[in-house]
Design a binder for this molecule. Structure first.
Ligand SMILES: [Zn+2]
Length: 77
């Protein structure tokens, strides 16, 4: 019996039902990172505002930003 191998192309799209969220983590500091973390924000503007406030308060200037979304993968027909 011959094996039939089928190659399927997949398509990845952002799930319109899923929420896109942003978060900022302060990684300033030489020996140890500050580690202050923003709340999970529904837009990048809120994360940016949190960072600006944190910088004003502490002088910290380096952050790691995380953006999360949901993706849907479907086989192309
Ligand atoms: Zn900090």
């Amino acid at each position: 019996m011959r094996a039939v191998i089928r190659f399927v192309d997949y398509e990845t799209n952002r799930d319109p039902q899923g929420e896109v969220t942003f978060k900022a983590l302060c990684v300033s500091g030489d020996e140890e990172e500050c580690g202050a973390e923003s709340e999970v924000c529904g837009d990048d503007e809120s994360a940016n505002t949190w960072m600006a406030k944190h910088t004003a308060k502490t002088g910290h200037k380096r952050f790691k930003r995380t953006c999360e979304d949901y993706a849907l993968v479907e086989a192309k027909s």
